[in-house]
Write a protein that binds this ligand. Structure first.
Ligand SMILES: Cc1cc2nc3c(=O)[nH]c(=O)nc-3n(C[C@H](O)[C@H](O)[C@H](O)COP(=O)(O)OP(=O)(O)OC[C@H]3O[C@@H](n4cnc5c(N)ncnc54)[C@H](O)[C@@H]3O)c2cc1C
Length: 386
């Protein structure tokens, strides 16, 4: 029986562990934290917040894989009355429908945007300055960067397409991603995977092939390889619980600057106590900006979306997710240019900043399958079927 060590017990590590165990390998997972899940952990306590993922994109390869193993579990659909409370901020006011130039750009979604040009330069002749900017800012929900228009046009277009598809691709596991992680962990356990939590690895094992399924920053330290870098976003996160008031917006997507506000209890009542709503603001900030800049922009959106919110707050938390929102590709680069999965000597990387396709956690998923297939010397397609 082949043995394999997986370092990191987040979405990538659990995907790798399950895939390797299904292929017949004896798997050990080391997770530094006391619980599994990494950025996909859901907070304990009355307010079930996620640092990272909320949306499971239905068009991604992970959806089919998870569903085939009965791991998705119950979903929290957005009620139609809440969907009707989806708003866009454009030129300082809230509106229900996208500005026409943005729609024009979506109609061009069949044309493949170039890799070598930035999104703003590519989109401006089609949609005008304002439409190009609005589209780039809308796409920020799936890339978390302070200046999406400056990134590769192909990269931004893919995210814009995925985030605007109808019916929406975004689905929400009931109870947050923590519930999905629990199901993956139970499945791994049933397959005989050995999981060691509170087990930070400082030196790579040499007696088994290894999948390093940590963030790229941790992988750089662990492998002692300074070339393991790739740009990512820097995003202020504001989690807020407020007393319920009829008529609060469900989502506000900021088209004037990158930013997104979502009341996650609209689709999932289990995330906060009765009578309260859980809201998260995600505001990408520039390298020179501070948390206070992001907080101020989030509060502007809250003023528009949730009238009287300041008097209704029952709980609040702020954080910066720096380099934790996955890879962004500058013009002239694509996912193929990111750090390679195969590092030689039986060491392979999995995670959301390495050379694999997809949006956000799909990169972690895809790279985990590839890392295992390389580590075990099997074809990825065979592994997918396993
Ligand atoms: C604000 C935000 C919003 C997001 N929204 C979405 C979304 O809507 N949809 C989506 O699909 N994705 C989303 N993402 C991205 C998603 O969270 C990540 O792509 C995914 O969770 C990454 O999983 P991972 O396993 O690759 O890495 P991680 O979750 O970072 O897991 C790595 C694990 O490795 C462990 N570790 C690190 N070093 C060591 C060591 N030396 N030894 C042992 N263990 C170690 C860590 O403790 C951690 O548990 C979002 C992310 C953020 C931050």
């Amino acid at each position: 029986m082949q043995r394999i060590t997986v370092i990191g017990g987040g979405f990538a590590g659990l995907t790798a562990a399950i895939t390797a165990a299904e292929a017949g390998a004896k798997v050990t997972v080391h997770e530094a934290h006391h619980t599994l899940g990494g950025r996909a952990r859901t907070g304990d306590g009355p307010y079930r917040t996620n640092e990272g993922p909320h949306a499971l994109y239905r068009g991604g390869p992970h959806w089919t894989w998870l569903r085939g193993r009965d791991l998705i579990g119950p979903l929290a659909p957005v009620p139609p009355r809440e969907l009707a409370r989806f708003r866009l901020r454009h030129r300082g006011t809230l509106r229900r429908t996208p500005p026409l130039p943005l729609l024009k750009l979506l109609r061009h979604s069949a044309d493949r945007a170039p890799v070598d040009t930035d999104f703003h330069t590519w989109a401006t002749p089609i949609a005008g300055e304002d439409g190009a900017r609005a589209a780039a800012h809308y796409a920020a929900v799936a890339l978390f960067h302070h200046d999406p228009g400056s990134l590769s046009a192909a990269f931004v277009q893919e995210r814009l397409r995925r985030a605007t598809r109808l019916p929406p691709e975004a689905h929400y596991p009931r109870g947050g991603w923590g519930a999905l992680i629990d199901r993956m962990a139970a499945h791994a356990w049933n397959l005989g995977v050995r999981v060691e939590t509170l087990s930070r690895v400082d030196t790579l094992p040499t007696d088994t092939p290894v999948v390093v399924a940590t963030s790229l920053d941790s992988a750089r330290r662990l492998l002692g390889d300074t070339s393991l870098t790739w740009p990512s976003g820097r995003t202020v996160l504001i989690d807020l619980a407020v007393r319920t008031r009829r008529g609060d917006a469900f989502v506000v997507s900021d088209l004037d600057a990158p930013g997104w506000l979502e009341r996650f209890t609209a689709q999932d009542r289990t995330l906060a106590p009765a009578g309260e709503q859980l809201v998260q603001g995600q505001i990408p900030i520039a390298p020179h900006e501070t948390k206070a800049h992001g907080t101020a922009r989030a509060e502007e959106l809250l003023d528009l979306a949730l009238p009287g919110w300041r008097d209704r707050v029952t709980w609040r938390r702020e954080a910066i997710a720096d380099g934790r929102t996955g890879a962004v590709d500058p013009p002239g680069t694509s996912w193929r240019d990111r750090p390679a999965i195969d590092r030689g000597d039986g060491v392979h990387l999995a995670g959301d900043q390495v050379a694999a396709p997809g949006v956000l956690s799909e990169v972690s998923f895809h790279s985990a399958l590839t890392a295992v297939s390389l580590a075990l010397g099997r074809n990825t397609l065979d592994l997918k079927r396993a």
